[in-house]
Design a binder for this molecule. Structure first.
Ligand SMILES: [Zn+2]
Length: 276
């Protein structure tokens, strides 16, 4: 598969792309064409724009509650991902939308509307853990790379037919790669990315001492809220029965991690800070 990835990149006429073939945290083959530095810069830029565009929640207690949960989650991020706990920035947006996100560069956003659906610290931890996992698994980079490749597809075909790479075509391809910033960074993720973020996220929350069974409850609630006016989060993260079944099945693996965390004293008490 990794070979296929490299061949695809080579067909696209850019040997440099072949270097972008990578393996995701759960072993999936993935093509990453942007450097982590580029992704971090884009994530940070998007986050700054959101901070200007959206109202920021100033209520101290609300902020303390969400920060408490986010802190416990990011403490469990393995260092191999290149993030230290203090690298993460959290902003609570005063917005009724049921939404949350995380961006490369260690940026996390939680909307106050989400707090009405995620009933307790464990449910909100499952959302934050999931979003942080998208960042760790570099799903934004993978998605953008896929889009770039699709855009390059026509060029690639013509290249193969002509059996030559002229400098003009190569230049056009490189320019296409530089267009990354124009692609939305908050587009829906693929089903494979959702599953991977669910796995990593449920593991993170369990290790932090949050009850991983609450991830199942959260997504059940989300599924019930679909329909005429579905929560914003559902547009990027469908609450399918498959997802809920998988989260439930994964408990055999992650519940013991939660028990272990509790035994070792990782018992977050963020609910004590929760605004009534
Ligand atoms: Zn997701």
């Amino acid at each position: 598969m990794l070979k296929a990835c490299k061949r695809l990149a080579l067909i696209a006429g850019l040997s440099a792309l072949a270097a972008g073939c990578a393996v995701s945290p759960t072993g999936e083959k993935t093509l990453l064409l942007n450097s982590p530095q580029q992704m971090n810069a884009m994530g940070t830029q998007s986050f700054e724009q959101m901070k200007e565009k959206l109202e920021i929640e100033k209520d101290k207690q609300t902020n303390r509650y969400v920060q408490c949960i986010a802190d416990a989650i990011v403490m469990q991020v393995p260092r191999e991902y290149g993030y230290a706990p203090q690298d993460w920035e959290l902003v609570v947006f005063k917005d009724e939308a049921v939404n949350a996100f995380a961006l490369p560069g260690g940026k996390m956003g939680v909307y106050t509307g989400m707090l009405k659906v995620a009933k307790n610290q464990d449910q909100l931890a499952s959302v934050i853990g999931h979003e942080v996992s998208h960042v760790l698994a570099q799903h934004g980079n993978a998605r953008m790379s896929q889009q770039m490749l699709t855009q390059l597809g026509i060029t690639a075909t013509s290249l193969v037919l002509a059996d030559q790479v002229d400098s003009k075509t190569q230049k056009a391809a490189v320019m296409a790669l530089g267009l990354g910033a124009q692609y939305g960074i908050l587009l829906p993720y693929s089903r494979a990315h959702e599953s991977e973020a669910d796995m990593l996220g449920q593991e993170l929350m369990a290790k932090a001492g949050f009850d991983p069974r609450e991830a199942v409850s959260l997504w059940q609630t989300m599924a019930e809220k679909g329909g005429a006016a579905p929560p914003e989060l559902l547009s990027t993260h469908p609450a399918s029965t498959t997802r809920i079944r998988k989260l439930d099945a994964q408990l055999s693996q992650y519940y013991p991690l939660y028990q272990q965390a509790q035994a070792e004293g990782r018992r977050p008490n963020c609910d004590a800070l929760k605004p009534r």
